[in-house]
Design a protein around this ligand. Structure first.
Ligand SMILES: Cc1cc2nc3c(=O)[nH]c(=O)nc-3n(C[C@H](O)[C@H](O)[C@H](O)COP(=O)(O)O)c2cc1C
Length: 219
């Protein structure tokens, strides 16, 4: 029976651990964008109280087309369930460049978010962007600029890296992707170039910045 006179034992206030989840939602045909996604996760996870969770965009191309493109098998990262997007406190979205813009797979995901838009379910959620191109000047900035339109309509908050990693941003000693708009890598015309240390470090820094802002906005 409940005893209203019973003195409650002194309970110490537990240390409050703020936890925030950042969904890293990417599409990658050949794995370059996924490598950047992993570096983003490293940066996000380096901030106490924040966890990065990797998700792939649903594939839209038929198997036969992927085979003709010599696409390797998909990694084991879960495919994003669009209903789950509002569960994230922040996002990092990554896509390879397709003719200077985002991939159709990434766009198809956004085209399925009408219900979230109607409910304002993604309003004020912070996000950052990352990409990969075959060539230098292949359209990294135009890809991110074009992607932005989706998030703007959802009322989300862009967290671009700006010039947080001067060693990458201003480096003229080696070719590299990435800009103030977001990390990026150069895959080469045949996809043989892998993300460099500098490109991965920039993605890591950008993930850490996003994680810190996500925590602040959640507090
Ligand atoms: C249909 C198509 C269009 C592409 N358009 C561009 C482009 O505009 N600029 C560019 O530099 N690379 C372009 N690429 C190359 C991809 O961006 C490159 O394969 C990708 O960055 C590799 O990333 P992933 O390994 O994550 O798939 C294109 C590739 C395909 C298949």
């Amino acid at each position: 029976m409940f005893d209203c006179c019973k003195k409650e034992p002194d309970v110490k206030e537990p240390t409050k651990i703020m936890t925030a989840k950042v969904f890293i939602v990417y599409y990658s045909t050949y794995g370059h964008v996924r490598q950047l996604a992993l570096a983003m996760k490293q940066g996000i996870d380096s901030v106490e109280g924040v966890e990065g969770v990797l998700y792939q965009c649903p594939e839209t191309l038929p198997k036969e087309v992927l085979e003709k493109m010599h696409a390797p098998p998909k990694p084991s990262d879960p495919v994003i369930n669009i209903d789950d997007l509002p569960k994230a406190d922040g996002f990092a979205f990554g896509t390879p460049t397709r003719f200077g813009g985002p991939s159709a797979q990434m766009k198809a995901m956004w085209d399925a978010t009408g219900a979230h838009w109607g409910a304002g379910a993604l309003q004020c959620k912070p996000f950052t962007l990352f990409t990969s191109t075959a060539s230098q000047n292949g359209g990294q900035e135009s890809t991110m600029l074009t992607m932005l339109s989706n998030m703007v309509h959802h009322g989300m908050i862009y967290v671009p890296p700006g010039y947080i990693t001067p060693a990458t941003n201003f480096d003229m000693t080696e070719i590299h992707g990435g800009s103030a708009w977001g990390p990026g890598c150069l895959a080469g015309g045949d996809g043989s170039r892998q993300p460099s240390e500098k490109e991965l470090a920039f993605a890591k820094d950008s993930g850490a910045k996003l994680a810190k802002i996500t925590l602040k906005l959640k507090a």
